[in-house]
Design a protein around this ligand. Structure first.
Ligand SMILES: Cc1ncc(COP(=O)(O)O)c(C=O)c1O
Length: 391
């Protein structure tokens, strides 16, 4: 077996299952799960219909590059959302959700050589770490600071020299932090100096309250980088259109990297089924359902956060659907909340690694406001009771 498999850690939800396995929540409470970030707003009927209308695509092998109509829908969305123009022949590719794409991207861009590093935010989406190990590199974490921006100053020039790939996630899971244009400028300058690639995970970019978060391609354009050098951005329909089961996203950016990634994907077997492409194109072209989706999140956050703020240290995220809440002992908090109130939240330490003497997720819990309003409201009431009673 691949020796690097031994480096893969249990997924956060597996660790959580272990933590909670001996708890027996009281029967008077129904189970509420705010631990996992799986979208639960209903999928719109027009997306089901588009899938049904294209069932005949099942009888064909799809091409890895994807249909022009799919890529055109993505390009039109990028223009509308970020005012950037990308060439559908060379700069856009379909992917089967960003999870597989983030993973396979690392395999495609990293040549196995001793000492290669992949930089990841800390806390982070666990795929980045596994992708780095299985590509024969090592993850190097960058802790979030108090304001949730990344502490780039902690990265030495030696580390930068060995860095092949940097994962950024903006809006960030779990903190909701959105990278600023000056952070992008700093990162682009470093990528020019050291030659690493940037994988920008933007799967929460459509879940925001008022101001659309700055995107990586948008930042590049604003900084005069019209070729998007060293940058590939990852977009997903899972959260935008409430279709996590569709497995649909796309990547866009630097022409040379995208073309090499296409070659890799041809062998990897990363083609997106034709009916998924057709339904996805319809979804990328519609904004009404996305605004409806955002308004549902907006309603939950504006109604529920003040209730939590009465008892806990918590702020609105800049974007995304998570609350990142300061507590004392995150595992103890999650365990007692489950044992006494049948409510699941995720300990922040499971989303981060010890780095520079601290685990920056320790002392935090992540809550996903994905369920409907009433369930989220009930969950928040239970937390308020729990904190007020101390058990
Ligand atoms: C930060 C981040 N990136 C990527 C993904 C993967 O999303 P998908 O594969 O559904 O596009 C997730 C899923 O939760 C995520 O939280």
């Amino acid at each position: 077996m691949n020796v690097h498999l031994a480096n893969l850690q249990a997924y956060p939800f597996e660790k959580l299952r272990k933590l909670l396995k001996d708890c027996h929540p009281p029967g008077k409470y129904s189970a509420i799960n705010m631990g996992i970030g799986e979208p639960q707003h209903p999928t719109q009927a027009f997306i089901y219909q588009a899938l049904k209308d294209n069932l005949s695509e099942l009888s064909k092998y799809p091409s890895t590059q994807g249909e022009p109509a799919f890529r055109q829908a993505c390009a039109d969305w990028l223009l509308n959302r970020y005012q950037v123009v990308l060439d559908i022949e060379t700069q856009i590719l379909p992917v089967n959700g960003t999870r597989e794409a983030l993973f396979s991207f690392a395999q495609a861009v990293i040549s196995p050589s001793a000492g290669s590093l992949v930089l990841c935010p800390n806390p982070f989406y666990q795929i980045y770490e596994g992708a780095a190990y299985l590509a024969g590199a090592k993850p190097q974490f960058i802790n979030v600071k108090e304001d949730f921006s990344l502490d780039w100053s902690a990265v030495s020039s030696q580390t930068w020299s060995n860095t092949k790939l940097v994962f950024v996630c903006s809006p960030h899971n779990p903190t909701g932090y959105v990278m600023t244009i000056s952070e992008w400028e700093h990162l682009f300058n470093l990528s020019d100096q050291y030659g690493f690639m940037i994988a920008s995970d933007e799967c929460y970019g459509e879940i925001y309250f008022h101001t659309p978060p700055l995107g990586g391609l948008e930042a590049a354009k604003k900084l005069g980088r019209h070729d998007f050098a060293h940058l590939v951005s990852f977009f997903s329909l899972s959260k935008r259109s409430n279709v996590p089961g569709l497995r649909s996203g796309f990547v866009a950016g630097d022409k040379k990297i995208i073309q090499d990634f296409l070659l890799y994907r041809t062998y990897h077997g990363g083609a997106m089924g034709g009916m998924v492409q057709r339904a996805s194109a319809v979804a990328w072209r519609d904004e009404d359902h996305v605004e409806l989706n955002r308004s549902q999140y907006r309603e939950k956050f504006t109604q529920l956060v003040p209730r939590l703020q009465a008892v806990l240290d918590v702020d609105y995220p800049q974007a995304g659907f998570y609350l990142w809440i300061k507590v004392e002992d995150d595992c103890d908090f999650a365990k007692k909340l489950y044992a006494n109130y049948h409510l699941t939240v995720l300990p922040g330490s499971y989303l981060a690694r010890e780095n520079q003497g601290i685990n920056p997720g320790q002392g935090w819990v992540r809550l996903a406001l994905v369920a409907d309003f009433d369930q989220c409201s009930e969950g928040i009431d239970r937390i308020v009771q729990f904190v007020q009673r101390g058990a």
